[in-house]
Ligand binder design. Structure first.
Ligand code: IVH
Length: 685
């Protein structure tokens, strides 16, 4: 009996780890979130029946360690070095010459180049493949044990895969927050009144410093592994790029831009290429690191004063600039949050002209001791809204003006409230009164992850609200062609397109609908949980606090927000009006089609224009089909979008059936595949 259970547990863990790796490390999930959740629930249920069989490396054990009172100190088995830096081709050339001068065989010198991630360094120790320690760099000799926090990061494998793993070894890497997640996190903070992160690096550092791993678990952390600390066992890699390739095979996340080069010219080409891409990478970097590739040669070169002679950071010019604060405006968000924004004398930073910077909240203004008229250092990190880093006090003019929170909302003039337990101040009026909140709420309603109303841009919404034509989201569906065509910069044709888009958006999913309502603190994930739990709108609307708290991730605060939202007569009226305007979604009952395509192999090729590739994969694997990367005689069906090339011709020459995306969606519709995971797409073809 136990043997069977052990096998079953091992299989489940392996399957879950496989999907975690696909999702977090390869960014190519094969199953939908709901399917993953079902597997995870199965594991939890089985482990609850057999608590003695729970292992440290089980995916169920990522979160759950009790809060610490302080972090334990850890002495690194090999010192964590820092990097020497240069900022010009001449300096890099000098360094290469110095390396050559010290090596027995300088002709064999080649390098590995990689981005220098602006995050927090970490050392991960794996013993017999299992993660046993994660430590910060500290002073390079002694760091802190942050294992419980690092275990919560999905991209960090708790167990590595491979039959050639060293008995014990240490991986080094950089933990960071992707720029898009940083922006999203801060938006959610503005809604909930929590303190936002100052920048992605600060956010990553603060998240790892939490004594309670449950808090870290909610932060969007990930990592890139960039070097080997030390290893015990048989593994004898010859080069750094071999180390990185092996990491990848074992399941560790490595940077896709790592490249082996030789000579100064190739190093500089890499430096310039990555600099070009810098703002589009999706994560912050402050340069590139150039490392001598051969590990023997690294040893030969050694280190001086905590910096290896075999590596060099080529730092990009700081994305910082000095400018003056000409004024501060207060913006009103969807939930009434008031965000101060500094209006700056325009300044050119890393390729763009910056003329404003977010100040987050009044606490941040106090922390910076910022006044109007001050000279400030601003920083642009990736594509993020610029930040004020510091005030240059020596340049403060005599007439510099203290910044005060206005007493009244700049949009509706209602009193502004600043609750003691919230970092954020709020307009005290509801969105029914405050036009700014109304506009922001409508922008949210129309946004891509909500009702996805194509062509309903901010400017159009603002005009519609200012004209009094749209007061709430249901009014959008009452708009006539004349209403829209009469707006600035709108012709008959684009007005008709917008009407069509509004019409298409009426068919949605229950989860999107809940998210679109803009209930405070109900983001995409919570909306999906609520949809999956209640399945029907009436049940959600009438749920009491206890019933709401039974939903995953819904605590007392979120439950009370939902309950208050649906208790409000105006909100109920809008929901009813939306339904009578024709907003609808298919029932989310499952239809027992889970093995319809069992045993079949499908291939997706070309661009899918309506569904995302992940959605298509998820739905196919839900139906039991395997999705393969290439066409063979064993392929049952190819779905080809525009731009399909060799796979399509191969399918045609081998007689494999081919359908286009519209046919694929019609096929799915015919199967009544209606789950919360599959947005309803047919009308959007
Ligand atoms: S190699 C001796 N590679 O930069 C080699 N470091 O200034 C030491 N960093 O503490 C590290 N990206 O936190 C290396 N691709 C990369 C890196 C990287 C970021 C950080 C690391 C280190 C700091 C040194």
């Amino acid at each position: 009996m136990t043997k069977g259970v052990i096998k079953q547990l091992a299989a489940l863990r392996e399957e879950i780890n496989y999907h975690l790796h696909r999702y977090h490390v390869l960014a190519a999930p094969e199953i939908a979130d709901a399917q993953y959740d079902a597997l995870f629930d199965q594991l939890l249920a089985l482990e609850a029946q057999h608590p003695d069989l729970v292992t440290l490396d089980s995916p169920s054990q990522r979160v759950g360690a009790a809060p610490l009172s302080q972090f334990e100190k850890v002495t690194h088995e090999a010192v964590m070095l820092s990097l020497d830096k240069c900022t010009s081709e001449e300096e890099l050339s000098d360094w290469i010459d110095r390396c050559k001068g010290r090596l027995d065989n300088p002709d064999a010198l080649s390098f590995t180049c990689e981005p220098k991630i602006d995050g927090v360094a970490v050392a991960l120790v794996y013993e017999r493949g299992v993660l046993t320690l994660a430590a910060t760099r500290g002073d390079g000799r002694v760091g802190e044990n942050i294992t419980a926090n690092v275990r919560t990061i999905g991209a960090v494998p708790l167990r590595l895969d491979g039959d050639n793993l060293p008995a014990r070894f240490e991986v080094r890497g950089e933990i960071y927050i992707p720029v898009a997640d940083f922006v999203k996190f801060n938006q959610a903070c503005a809604d909930s009144g929590e303190k936002p992160m100052i920048n992605p690096r600060n956010g990553a550092a603060g998240s790892l410093r939490q004594l309670d791993p449950k808090i870290t678990a909610r932060r969007p952390l990930t990592l890139f592994c960039y070097s080997l600390g030390w290893a015990e066992g048989d593994w004898q890699p010859a080069t750094h790029h071999e180390v990185i390739a092996q990491f990848k095979v074992w399941g560790l996340r490595t940077n896709p831009l790592v490249r082996r080069v030789s000579g100064l010219a190739e190093c500089m080409a890499y430096v310039e290429e990555v600099q070009q891409q810098r703002t589009q990478l999706g994560y912050d970097i402050d340069g590139v690191v150039i490392k001598v590739d051969n590990l023997q040669q690294q040893q030969e070169l050694g280190a001086v004063t905590r910096k290896p002679r075999w590596a060099m950071a080529y730092k990009y010019p700081a994305e910082e600039a000095v400018t003056t604060v000409e004024g501060v405006e207060f913006q009103v968000g969807r939930t009434g949050s008031i965000t101060p924004v500094a209006r700056l004398a325009p300044v050119f930073v890393s390729g763009v002209t910056v003329s404003n910077a977010t100040l987050h909240n009044m606490d941040e203004i106090a922390r910076l001791d910022l006044r109007i008229g001050d000279s400030v250092m601003i920083r642009r990190a990736g594509d993020v809204i610029p930040q004020v880093v510091s005030v240059i006090e020596s340049k403060r003019p005599k007439q510099a003006k203290i910044i005060e929170l206005p007493k009244n909302c700049p949009s509706c003039d209602s009193p502004i409230l600043h609750l003691d337990d919230e970092a954020v101040a709020r307009c005290g009026a509801s969105h029914n009164v405050c036009p700014a909140q109304r506009k922001e709420g409508l922008k949210h309603f129309a946004s891509r992850l909500a009702m996805d109303i194509d062509g309903l841009g901010d400017k159009i919404l603002e005009q519609l609200v200012d004209l009094g034509r749209v007061k709430n989201s249901a009014d959008l569906y009452e708009l006539s062609l004349d209403d829209i065509a009469g707006l600035e910069r709108m012709g008959q044709k684009s007005a008709q397109n917008l009407l069509d888009a509004l019409d298409r958006s009426k068919t949605t999913t229950f989860a999107r609908f809940i998210y679109a309502l803009g209930i405070r603190e109900v983001g995409e994930a919570t909306a999906a949980n609520l949809a999956g739990h209640f399945k029907e709108l009436d049940l959600l609307m009438s749920a009491d606090i206890n019933q709401l708290e039974a939903v995953d991730d819904v605590g007392p605060v979120v439950a009370s927000r939902i309950s208050a939202f649906f208790a409000d007569e105006d909100n109920k009226k809008v929901v009813r009006a939306l339904l009578s305007a024709g907003v609808n979604w298919p029932s989310i009952e499952r239809h027992g089609k889970d093995d319809l395509l069992a045993g079949q192999t499908w291939v997706l090729t070309g661009t899918l224009e309506v569904m995302s590739r992940n959605e298509a994969k998820a739905v196919l694997s839900k139906l039991g089909a395997k999705v393969a990367g290439s066409v063979s005689k064993k392929t049952h069906q190819v779905v080809a979008g525009p731009g399909a090339g060799s796979k399509l011709s191969k399918a045609e020459s081998q007689g494999v059936p081919v359908m286009d995306e519209a046919e694929f969606i019609t096929f799915l519709q015919a199967q009544e595949i209606m789950t919360i995971d599959l947005p309803v797409l047919i009308d959007r073809c």
